[in-house]
Design a binder for this molecule. Structure first.
Ligand code: SF4
Ligand SMILES: [Zn+2]
Length: 193
């Protein structure tokens, strides 16, 4: 079976973010025509698309020179990439005002796995993004959990610099851990001490 979207007609590929594209059932020509009405309609569809950041990232990595992607024309994408110093993740994050996307990219760029932990490798102890300084623990939390933390972030393992998903907790996760410990103690699953 083939399906048409702004990304062309495709056959036999494995499932990915494109399956959730808001333009799957739209006439692809509006993303290519270049006339004002079509461009506005394409932008409107992109605005509500749940995979906008993946699409915009792919437009850069695939060097798409034709279509409106992520609500941005080819010229707009070029300008944004220039303004972002050539860093795709920054251009995407700026275009979509998506700080989580950018912090996740920073996290992926500056971590290595080590003995079951994930270690922050950048010498900086905080990184400023759009005027806000994020500590290593906060960047780690966003990168590991895909959302902004609630309250402060604490490390629950004893490995310095670890930013693994299981090793960082924000307020809701701390509360969930506390409840789990109480439950386990009540049910004799662990020693009360
Ligand atoms: S961002 Fe726009 S072009 Fe990209 S998948 Fe979504 S609707 Fe289609
Ligand atoms: Zn750890």
């Amino acid at each position: 079976m083939s399906r048409a979207s702004a990304h062309g007609t495709e056959t036999r590929r494995t499932a990915d973010w494109r399956d959730h594209a808001a333009c799957l059932t739209t006439n692809p020509s509006i993303f290519y025509s270049g006339d004002e009405a079509s461009t506005e309609e394409a932008r409107r569809i992109c605005t509500s698309c749940p995979v906008r950041s993946q699409c915009l990232t792919a437009a850069y990595t695939e060097r798409d020179q034709w279509a409106i992607r992520g609500g941005r024309t080819v010229d707009e994408r070029k300008r944004a990439l220039r303004d972002a110093g050539g860093i795709i993740a920054r251009a995407v994050a700026d275009a979509l005002q998506d700080t989580v996307h950018l912090l996740t990219h920073i996290y992926q760029q500056h971590t290595v796995t080590d003995d079951g932990h994930l270690i922050w490798t950048d010498p900086r102890v905080y990184v400023t993004v759009r005027g806000t300084a994020y500590t290593v623990n906060r960047i780690g939390f966003v990168g590991a959990h895909g959302r902004m933390p609630v309250g402060h972030v604490t490390r629950v393992c004893d490995r310095g610099g670890c930013v693994a998903a299981d090793c960082l907790e924000d307020s809701p996760l701390r509360e969930a851990s506390r409840r789990r410990r109480v439950y386990e103690q009540w049910h004799g699953l662990v020693d009360a001490g």
